[in-house]
Design a protein around this ligand. Structure first.
Ligand code: GLY
Length: 369
């Protein structure tokens, strides 16, 4: 069970941050204040996503007005494909799709369909995958695929339903099939990044990237897979997606054990030996959302109990409930361990998924995905 006071905590933070953050792109909070990202960052949809969740429960117009201001400011990047990547879904599902679903805003529908077309345009026909990042000096990314991409497929599933055009769904299904074939391991863990030959489409190798190493189990990537496949199962009812979500959910639950938050990489401990393992509360919040959706999809209440347990643990052991001046909701998140960036912080996506999990658990409101 989730106590209403957890929603009161979330709502107080949103209220306070409307005044303090305004139309900006908060990223990570160190010492209680969110630093500001750039309009081009992949995280730009999460603060408006939090505002729309606030609006969904309260119908307070000030949340909708601020979310719309941010959505309009992001139009500049819809014109710049050099900056757009596989994370297009994160950005426009939580801004334009949410606005359209709740208010019928036609301008938002137009933006979301344009974003879906741009995401579909990243599809590599030879390898049946959606390309992740754009060109980088240190890495040839033309055949690069990352697990985070699965959370962007709902934009394509939504576009297929909205337009009646199955191309969007075909591309999402082809990409997800490639992910199941090449990223999934027998124990339910998943790789973070894979390289394919962009000409022939052949899989070349797994690389560790944001995880500890090839073969390890980055907890946030695990959570992206859990929630992404739960959502794909919800859109399509395809048994292979439901099986995939179940495998990863069982792995995540087993790895968490009785801990109140996961290690940033479930296999970092074995690799580091005596070293101190940082946690990642953002992974837990994403997983909680996935478990709640998966429980509803399958009718298996065990997954709902696990999702609620995570929410309660995050609130009681890893939140700023006793620090009303702190802009973040969750602490103890890890942004990018291998780059030593944003360690032991609040992350805006951790706060978004915590907000979504609480709203889903307490109010059963429609999802934006
Ligand atoms: N999608 C980037 C991350 O999870 O850090």
């Amino acid at each position: 069970m989730i106590d209403q006071k957890i929603w009161d905590f979330v709502k107080d933070k949103i209220d306070k941050n409307v005044a303090e953050i305004g139309a900006a792109y908060p990223n990570a909070a160190i010492d209680g204040i969110y630093n500001q990202g750039n309009v081009r960052d992949w995280i730009s949809g999460f603060w408006p996503g939090i505002l729309w969740k606030g609006y969904q429960v309260t119908e307070d117009e000030k949340f909708a007005m601020l979310a719309r201001e941010i959505e309009a400011n992001m139009d500049q990047k819809l014109k710049d494909t050099e900056w757009l990547d596989h994370d297009i879904g994160f950005i426009w599902s939580l801004t334009s799709v949410s606005d359209y679903k709740m208010t019928g805003n036609q301008e938002s529908r137009r933006r979301a369909l344009l974003a879906a077309n741009l995401l579909m345009g990243r599809f590599n026909l030879a390898g049946n995958f959606i390309r992740a990042w754009n060109d980088r000096a240190d890495l040839d990314t033309k055949g690069l695929v990352i697990i985070d991409s699965v959370m962007n497929m709902p934009l394509l599933f939504w576009a297929a339903e909205e337009t009646g055009d199955p191309r969007f769904r075909h591309v999402a299904e082809a990409h997800l099939g490639t992910i199941i074939q090449t990223f999934f391991r027998e124990d339910g863990s998943v790789a973070h990044t894979g390289i394919f030959d962009p000409e022939t489409g052949a899989f070349i190798e797994e690389i560790g990237n944001q995880s500890f190493a090839a073969g390890s189990a980055w907890s946030r990537g695990t959570a992206w897979a859990l929630y992404g496949f739960a959502l794909a199962g919800r859109y399509t009812r395809r048994p292979e997606y439901i099986d995939a979500a179940k495998m990863v959910a069982d792995f995540f639950i087993e790895q968490m054990g009785e801990e109140t938050a996961p290690a940033w990489d479930f296999r970092a401990e074995a690799q580091y030996g005596e070293g101190r393992i940082l946690l990642d509360t953002s992974a837990a919040a994403i997983a909680a959302c996935g478990l709640l959706v998966f429980a509803k999809l399958t009718g298996e209440s065990h997954y709902r109990e696990q999702g609620e347990k995570i929410i309660n643990n995050l609130y009681h052991h890893h939140s700023t409930k006793d620090d009303p001046t702190h802009q973040g909701m969750l602490v103890d998140a890890t942004g990018h361990y291998p780059k030593q960036k944003n360690l032991e912080v609040s992350l805006i996506y951790g706060d978004y998924f915590f907000t979504e999990a609480v709203v889903t658990a307490l109010f059963d409101k429609p999802l934006f995905w």
